[in-house]
Write a protein that binds this ligand. Sequence first.
Ligand code: TYD
Ligand code: MG
Length: 459
Amino acid sequence: MAKTKTKYVCQECGYSTNKWLGRCPDCGAFSTFAEEAEVVRSSGRYTGITSAAPLKLSQVTSKEQSRTKTGIGELDRVLGGGFVQGSLTLVGGDPGIGKSTLLLQVCKGLGERQKNILYISGEESVQQIKMRAERLDIDTDYLSLLSETDLGIIEKVISATEPDYVIIDSIQTMFIDEIASAPGSVSQVREATSRLMHIGKGKGISIIIVGHVTKDGSIAGPRILEHMVDTVLYFEGDKRASYRILRSVKNRFGSNEMGVFEMTGKGLKQILNPSEFMLAGRPKNVSGSVVTCCIEGTTPLLIEVQALMSYTSFNMPRRMATGIDYNRVILLIAVLEKRAGLQLANYDSYVNLTGGIKITEPSLDAAVTVAIASSFKDTPVEDGTIIFGEIGLTGEIRAVSMTTKRVSEAAKLGFKRCIIPSASEKEVSGIKNIEIIGVSNIKELINAALRPIKKAKES
Ligand code: TYD
Ligand code: MG
């Protein structure tokens, strides 16, 4: 009998070699190589989307993608109008964040639209799923449950029943007999997804795959699934806080959007006014707290940035950042020292976006800077102020996208004063009931922010 060939695969990025390596030359991770049996069967190419000869654009007939709404408005918006027939969707997130709950709730909406759903769980027994469904008030005849992890059997069941939707919860528990490595390893996860894609695209079945994010923030074999699937949704949030953020980070059928949900005793509830929700319980008129407006997808979202500067007698001050890029905070502190003359070298600095949200948008710069300056000078930014703008290395305040949307959202929520990059001032001159202050450098920014709001003249 022929000897089974094995190879060594990096469990981080999927890079494979013939011998064991301590460090992956591709992604640079250490001690990530594991021995895996080579897959003999080629992962059968799906031929439904390929054609033998090239066609002129005008010769290609386009057909309207048929979509099914899930009945959960925010999810439909994130998906770009519902699930597309025959699409492959990946729902990622930390264990316990609410992926299974969300998908069970999706089943309710799909069932109401007469779609047959096959829910395959490798983690829970059908009794457990039933109990959860009862708790969520889901009672539809269109939903079938299966507790199974062997992909060979799953393929047979899908072929025999031909449902409209298949939910795989989770891809890390599925295994293929022909592959020797353990479930959850790169080859298992990749091969299982490719086989599911094959069957889904071939039969026009929409497949939704759940993937747990591993501790370093990536779905096991991290990005190896993202390029295969049509849509990638990530579910994130602080498990201790009740709200959850659903983001589409890749979507072949729409733009990248974000929706906010709240985990309640009866499952996930959509939050239609996320800004109000994020700002609830915020302290008013205390130093170190600043409200800013960022844009997620196309949705404006008001959030609070907090900073605490405290004197330290150690040589190396501590710098901490939660929810925002650490290096960006270091950079802004350097700009503050050099361009605004604040002596921050003897101060520990802690910067935090409240509520466990993570934002990478540069428009946050101005708010972070003001929060640091406000805490350092122990001077509050008066309640009712909103600040946004990008900061450059020379201390200049640069314009950011969608200024009008941001200012309108602030005005809608009753904010009185908006400090924005001076380059964008003209854009928003038409917005009523809010004072607009344009600033062009970091000194102007801090002076404007720490000044009290002008009282509106009585008329
Ligand atoms: P779950 O959907 O099982 O997470 P995942 O599939 O992403 O691992 O969510 C589990 C958590 O959600 C659990 O800690 C309990 C909580 N939960 C509620 O608060 N309310 C509910 O109605 C349900 C079903 C779960
Ligand atoms: Mg689950």
